[in-house]
Design a binder for this molecule. Structure first.
Ligand code: PDD
Length: 283
């Protein structure tokens, strides 16, 4: 497949795509983004991602330069032109290119960029090796529900986790309240109930998180969107991460302490299987 980019209506090869160095996304992180998975040549839960993009745009007072219908059409064109079978679409909208100023520019037109990149086809569930997480303080701002390109605290924590041999940094706020991962949502099974942080300003409510919550309800597995603390996480029977790229990703241990059930635990295993069936059904 060919990695293809699209900038404000124009397609090109990804390696040739360029934007202005005065773009406010580049200079100031003044932008929002989405990552959408492509399975078998079809975007997965595109509508839900675009609805979240609209919410992010509204939250940062950015007017989308293209309609949802136009973006949907462009996503199909990108997939077709690139012959993408397994991959992801990245889309980003910034407040445009203007002389650097903290004030919003009056005359700038938002820049919209999309590109498609290949990913390895998903591996067999049995081949997925549960990994470890570590916990780190959540040093981000208080508007984590906005999917903004300002990701520096996430990057620093993710780097620290990687250097410690962990797949993800699980972030916590005051009182040891676990919020989410640097690029994923976190679920844990605590005293027989699945728990995950509620969809407040302290987390990005993942599309995968929502799908998993629906699956749990369909399976009549007790689930609560209720925050848990570090101690509850460390003594959970199982835990996993969810994201567009990671899907449902089992954790083996946190801070060197293995979860009670051998990973993937029974609930996580079931979710992984049903999630894969959902992909087959919708793509
Ligand atoms: N990240 N929380 C954070 C902070 C995230 O960055 C992400 C996704 C999620 C999961 O959201 P979703 O299920 O909609 O992918 C939760 C994307 C994939 C990224 O930045 O690459």
């Amino acid at each position: 497949m060919q990695n293809i980019a699209w900038i404000d209506g124009t397609f090109s090869d990804l390696s040739e795509a360029k934007i202005s160095i005065e773009d406010r996304g580049y200079l100031l992180g003044d932008g929002i983004y989405e990552v959408i998975r492509v399975y078998k040549g079809r975007p997965f839960y595109l509508d839900a991602h675009l609805q979240r993009l609209l919410r992010s745009a509204e939250a940062i007072k950015l007017e989308l330069p293209f309609s949802v219908d136009q973006i949907t059409k462009t996503v199909s064109e990108l997939i077709e032109k690139s012959s993408c079978f397994e991959g992801y679409i990245y889309m980003q909208i910034t407040r445009g290119s203007a002389r650097r100023d903290h004030l919003f520019p009056n005359d700038a037109v938002p820049t919209m960029v999309m590109y498609v990149r290949e990913l390895e086809p998903v591996s067999d569930l049995d081949a997925i090796e549960p990994q470890e997480g570590i916990t780190l303080p959540d040093e981000r701002w208080l508007n984590c529900h906005i999917k903004t390109t300002n990701l520096l605290p996430n990057l620093l924590a993710r780097q620290k986790a990687s250097e410690a041999g962990a797949v993800e940094a699980i972030l916590y706020r005051q009182g040891g309240i676990v919020t989410e991962g640097t690029r994923s949502n976190v679920f844990a099974v605590i005293e027989g109930k699945v728990r995950t942080h509620p969809a407040t300003n302290l987390i990005l409510s993942g599309i995968t998180r929502e799908i998993v919550l629906d699956i749990l309800k369909d399976l009549s597995i007790p689930v609560l969107a209720e925050a848990f603390n570090l101690q509850e996480l460390e003594t959970a029977s199982e835990a996993w991460l969810t994201s567009t790229i990671m899907e449902v990703n089992p954790l083996r241990a946190v801070n060197g302490k293995p979860f009670k059930a051998s990973a993937p635990g029974p609930v996580c295993k079931q979710l992984m299987e049903v999630f894969r069936r959902q992909i087959t059904a919708s793509c």
